[in-house]
Design a protein around this ligand. Structure first.
Ligand SMILES: Nc1ncnc2c1ncn2[C@@H]1O[C@H](COP(=O)(O)OP(=O)(O)OP(=O)(O)O)[C@@H](O)[C@H]1O
Length: 574
């Protein structure tokens, strides 16, 4: 007994020590004193089928460097549309840079599937400060009311022909109490429009609570669900009834006694006949009860099977409509369409090894050329909002492809269909004059990208701060390190508001580790703003962690298009 007590003490002591160690060595987290998760409004009123926005916010007491949120919703009620990454059905993952602000926000879009009430919850929030410390905020929820789509409402609901008085078209659940002897009820609904179909799922009542669902479907396939709960009372015997039953029982036993006496006085044959008759009667009653039970069960099964078939067909139709809609939307939202693009360059056959040899060949007219295909019949499409990574070995044609998409080069064959006014191309290391100062290069490089002088004046301090070049702007760029030039180039190129199409040629590996984190966060911010993004990178980890699709080009030919993990694995195997 004493030994057992000691064992328990040892277990408790070990647990306390482990907890203390975990507490002391665990990740340093600031308590959520000043962090608050919230929404743009205290409640939302949406209409079924209409894409609707909702703003999620995190406020902090400290400047935020990066924020992550998990937003949870009911997929039966809402369909997630866009704004951030879908982690799983019903869960959206928001990852956004804070840019040193104390408030971080993100717009999300949903399509309400059916009318009624639901709620959207910010389940978890993690905020990272510039110092690397993290903090979290408490969960927050907001109520969302979805109004009926046009043509889905019921004007009236009647039970056994009697209109339900308190019925309102925009209230979706009712409760009705009926007596124990009400075995069936007939529910009828009057739809808003002639084209609306109304289905009543069940009318046979069991004792206790029964749920009857009435579904309305408009011409477009939008649905509203009205739920009727019918409470059928349990049969209860009143005291006088019970007395009567007891009296009846008493009379019956008396009769039995008399009958017994009669039977005793009768002959053995009579006794036997009476016994057989009673047994037959008993068997007949049992058989009758079994038959009634089987018939009722069969009818119930048939009824359920019909209902199930109807429901299944409706769901199939709905699914087909959703798939068709999705296909239509995808076709509509093609942002970049690369169609059979071929790019040929003229190249010298045998390159001269010295200037002297080149001169002699030129004079003797011995220089000969051949045509070389940098891109050979490349086709793929990019949809609005996709983040597409382009990989391939050196000289495979990636930069040539970007130049054709952004309009810098015209292809020899085929075409790239895209609205070029939407494109922002970020290529580092171009557009700098190394004999000019940092300040002069901000204006020169900005002008090449297409910024006005007023815009650069307004953003100048922000560019210098982001590039971390305070105190170096009056120096000539000749004296800058390559990291300083790259930081300045990145800061100039990304200071503009998020463009609709963003093309990044090897810009995600600029500067030191800290600056790389900062620049990746800024690019993610631009991606989350809904831009369509093309990234050229030699790093498969950059492609895998940032892209929704990957395109692999090798020696000018398209080798694979698809899911980044799969395409990068094939590329790495090669
Ligand atoms: N203007 C040009 N004239 C002749 N050949 C060219 C020209 N531009 C590109 N090339 C050639 O086309 C091929 C593809 O070049 P490109 O720069 O598109 O490849 P890349 O995949 O971007 O390479 P890297 O990863 O090294 O940047 C290369 O062999 C290159 O030498």
């Amino acid at each position: 007994m004493q030994r057992k007590g000691k064992k328990w003490l040892a277990v408790l002591f070990t647990a306390a020590v482990s907890l203390t160690v975990v507490f002391l060595t665990g990740e340093k987290e600031i308590k959520a004193a000043g962090e608050t998760a919230s929404f743009g409004s205290e409640s939302y009123e949406w209409v079924q089928g209409e894409e609707s926005p909702i703003g999620v916010y995190v406020s902090s007491d400290n400047p935020v460097y990066f924020a992550e949120m998990t937003v949870v919703y009911d997929p039966e009620m809402l369909q997630y549309s866009s704004g951030a990454g879908l982690e799983a059905e019903g869960r959206v993952r928001v990852e956004t840079g804070g840019g040193g602000n104390t408030e971080v926000s993100q717009m999300l879009y949903f399509i309400p599937l059916r009318s009624g009430r639901t709620e959207i919850t910010i389940e978890s929030v993690t905020v990272q400060y510039e110092s690397g410390e993290t903090a979290s905020a408490a969960a927050a929820s907001v109520p969302v009311t979805v109004a009926l789509a046009e043509g889905c409402a019921l004007n009236a609901l009647a039970i056994d022909g009697e209109p339900l008085k308190e019925f309102r078209p925009d209230t979706f659940s009712y409760t009705l109490d009926v007596g124990a002897d009400t075995e069936r009820i007939t529910v009828t609904g009057t739809p808003e429009a002639d084209t609306t179909t109304v289905s009543v799922s069940d009318t046979e009542l069991a004792l206790g609570s029964n749920t009857i669902q009435i579904t309305t479907t408009n011409e477009e396939g939008s649905q509203a669900l009205y739920t009727l709960t019918v409470n059928r009372a349990e049969p209860a015997k009143s005291p006088p009834e019970q007395k009567m039953a007891e009296e009846e029982k008493g009379t019956a036993s008396k009769a039995e006694v008399i009958q017994e006496k009669d039977i005793e006085s009768g002959t053995a044959a009579e006794k036997m006949i009476l016994f057989i008759l009673l047994a037959l009667f008993f068997i007949l009653v049992v058989l009758l009860l079994i038959l009634i039970h089987i018939l009722r069960k069969k009818r119930r099964y048939r009824y359920r099977a019909v209902n199930k078939r109807q429901h299944h067909k409706k769901m199939q139709d709905l699914q087909q409509k959703v798939t068709e809609n999705l296909q239509e939307q995808q076709e509509e939202h093609i942002e970049i369409d690369v169609q059979h693009v071929t790019m040929e360059f003229k190249r010298e056959k045998d390159e001269a090894t010295s200037i002297k040899e080149l001169l002699i060949r030129t004079i003797k007219k011995q220089r000969s050329y051949e045509m070389f295909k940098a891109l050979d019949d490349v086709s793929f499409t990019v949809h609005k909002g996709e983040v597409v990574g382009i990989i391939g070995t050196n000289g495979s044609g990636k930069s040539t492809l970007l130049k054709i998409i952004s309009g810098v080069l015209a292809p020899t064959k085929g075409k790239a269909v895209v609205d070029r006014s939407k494109i922002q191309l970020l290529t580092l290391g171009t557009g700098f004059d190394f004999e000019l100062t940092g300040r002069e290069n901000v204006y020169l490089n900005g002008a090449i990208i297409g910024y006005t002088k007023e815009f650069i004046d307004e953003k100048y301090e922000e560019i210098v701060k982001f590039a971390e070049l305070e105190g170096f702007m009056e120096e000539k760029v000749r004296n800058y390190s390559s990291g300083m030039v790259s930081r300045l180039g990145f800061a100039i190129a990304t200071i503009r508001d998020t463009p609709e199409i963003l093309i990044l040629d090897e810009v995600l590996s600029v500067g030191d580790m800290f600056f790389q984190k900062k620049s990746t966060a800024r690019i993610k911010e631009m991606m989350n703003g809904g831009s369509t993004v093309l990234i050229v990178s030699h790093s498969t980890s950059v492609i895998k962690s940032n892209c929704t699709k990957a395109v692999w080009i090798e020696k000018g030919k398209l080798r694979a298009v698809g899911e980044p993990e799969m395409v990068c694995e094939a590329y790495q195997k090669m």
